[in-house]
Design a binder for this molecule. Structure first.
Ligand code: 2P0
Length: 328
């Protein structure tokens, strides 16, 4: 018998971790070794539509009008298998996704992508999930996607498949802050986050310290966020990123996401601080910097970065919202 399915479209924004997720306890379920904490951003997002269709003989995935091959879409197929398992469906789906994030430039496009897919695919499959379960589901696509279900400052807790999900720390952010992305290299990253964290866990002699570092950073950053204390938030965020990157440098084989321009940009942020413009950087699995400052300093920070790296490499953004549905 032919079943009638309705289409669902969802929008999710990307997030940048202030306290990083770097290491899995279970790679299939994407369970993290530690908690992490992020800020969802309004400037970078993914819109995804899903419809299940009895006429399809395989899942069809289109990204930015380009039809993906089976290989390119393998993570999406695996994710749809989880949705089918949760909803007891056997039907294939048509997925159309438009990414408003520079893909694979270390701006966490997989976070917005899998959060939007979790929202649209679950609804199209007839599931009506709570935000907790949407976060658990998004996690199965990409760990950091669990955090993009919520807006503002978000914590993702470690745990088992039932208990590892994100929750808001401060969803409606009243603090006037900006995150400025500096794209020093827009090319595809060379070592995926998945492989990078796996190598770090397996071989960095410093990895044993990482859970202790994260626990202390989380305990200290949360009150600083609620007090709108940029100095403490920025210092913790910057140190946490450097310690995460130390895990890549100390792995065997050693690797780094930094390039020469990354180092030049870090020096520029530090010298801006010395001239009294308070701003702090973080970096993910790529060479690009994200710089946190009070919004009253955004223009100054953007101008300083633009004069060194070019205006089209600098994108300023503010705290953003969680998952929303565009139409059903
Ligand atoms: C984070 N990153 O907390 C960390 C910091 C990159 C550096 O989460 O393997 O795409 O799909 O769970 O979520 C990027 O890794 O990795 C990431 P998987 P994901 O934002």
């Amino acid at each position: 018998m032919t079943q009638l399915f309705s289409k669902s479209t969802a929008r999710a924004h990307t997030n940048i971790a202030l306290v990083k997720y770097w290491g899995k306890a279970d790679s299939d379920l994407k369970l993290p070794i530690t908690d992490s904490l992020s800020l969802t951003l309004d400037g970078f997002y993914t819109d995804t539509s899903v419809v299940f269709d009895d006429c399809l003989t395989a899942d069809e995935v289109t990204l930015n009008s380009h039809r993906l091959s089976l290989d390119e879409a393998s993570r999406v197929h695996q994710f749809l298998d989880v949705v089918r398992e949760w909803s007891h469906l056997t039907t294939f789906a048509r997925v159309q996704s438009v990414n408003h994030v520079p893909t694979s430039a270390g701006l966490a496009s997989s976070a917005s992508a899998f959060a939007a897919l979790a929202g649209s695919a679950s609804r199209a499959a007839g599931l009506n999930l709570s935000r907790k379960d949407l976060s658990r589901l998004a996690r199965r696509g990409s760990g950091s996607a669990s955090r993009s279900i919520y807006g503002g400052f978000v914590q993702w807790q470690k745990g088992n498949d039932e208990t590892s999900y994100a929750f808001p720390v401060e969803e409606d952010v009243t603090w006037p802050i900006s995150m400025v992305a500096l794209i020093v290299d827009a090319n595809q990253k060379k070592v995926s986050s998945t492989l990078g964290m796996q190598t770090s866990v397996a071989s960095s002699p410093f990895y044993a310290q990482w859970p202790t570092i994260v626990a202390k950073d989380l305990e200290e950053i949360k009150p600083a966020i609620l007090n709108h204390d940029l100095t403490h938030v920025g210092q913790i965020m910057e140190a946490n990123a450097m310690r995460m990157h130390a895990l890549t440098l100390s792995a065997a084989p050693s690797f780094t996401y930094f390039n020469g321009e990354t180092i030049r940009a870090m020096n520029l942020v530090q010298s801006l601080r010395q001239t009294g413009v308070e701003c702090y950087f973080t970096l993910d699995a790529g060479p690009n910097l994200k710089i946190l400052c009070e919004s009253e300093n955004e223009t100054t920070v953007v101008a300083a970065l633009a004069s060194e790296f070019g205006a089209d490499h600098v994108l300023a953004t503010r705290p953003g919202k969680g998952l929303t549905y565009l139409s059903d």
